[in-house]
Write a protein that binds this ligand. Sequence first.
Ligand code: GLN
Length: 270
Amino acid sequence: MTIDEALRRYPLPRLESRLLLMQVTGFTPAKLVGYPELELSPVQEAAFAALAERRLSGEPIAYLLGEREFYGRLFLVSPAVLIPRPETEHLVEAALARVGRSPAQVVDLGCGSGAIAVTLALEAPHWQVSAVDVSDAALAIARQNAARLMAPVTFFQGSWYAPLPPAAVFDLIVSNPPYIAAADRHLEQGDVRFEPRRALTDEDDGLSCLREIAAGAPERLLPGGWLMVEHGYDQGDAVRALFHAVGLAEVETLPDLAGLDRVTLGRRAT
Ligand code: GLN
C-alpha cells in the first residue's frame, strides 16, 4: 500500500489519517505530502490499520498519538489521564494575569497529566509549584511531563489537600476537578467514554469535589491568596455560592471562548 492509498483507505478525517500515518512511519508532514507513491512496509501497514480501526471505534486521537498540545507545549497522555482541553487554558491565563509573576506558592489539586502545573511552573519561573493527584498512574504521566519539559514541580499522591505538608499555605490554589454529574449523558458521548471516569465525575451532583476544594481553601490560602477552579458551563452560580459560603472575596466567573461560564475565582481577604 502506498501513502496515498493508506490516506484514502479508512473513512477518517484526512487530518486524522495523516496524524496516524505520521505516528506509524515517523515521516514529517512534508514527506507525507511529497511522496504519495512511497510504499509502506507490511509492518507499517499493519500498525496503521490497527490505529485506524481503534480510531474508527471511537478512541480519542490524543490517546492513539500519546500526546496533546496544551498552552503551546506537547504533553504525554494515556488513558490514565484526562486529555487536556483548550478551555483549561483560561484557568492558566487567569492565574498568570491575577497572581503576577513574582515569587508565589502554588498548588494544583488533581493535576492529571500535569498540564496546568507544568505550564504554570514554566510560564512563571519564580513560582514554586506543587501538584497533587490521587492516582499513581496519573502522577507517573505528570512526572514524565514535568521531566521532559524541565518544569520544577513537586508532586504529592493523595486526595485534594490531604497529602500536603500540614503547614503548607499558598498564594494560589488551582484545580480542574471532576465536575460532571453522575447522571449526565455527556459521560456516554465522544472522547469522554474513554477517559478515566474518576477524573470526570464525582459520582454525585457534580459539585462535591468543588465543594470540598472550596471548604479547605481558606485555611490553605495566605491572606490575599487566590482559589481558581474550572467547572461546568451551568455551575457558575453554584460555584460562586460555594466560594461566598467559605468567606472568599472578589468572587468572579470568567467565560470560555464559547462565552460559557468556565472558571471561577475568589480571594482570601487580606
Ligand atoms: N471539560 C470536560 C468535559 O466536559 C470535563 C473536565 C472535568 O470534569 N474536569 O468533557
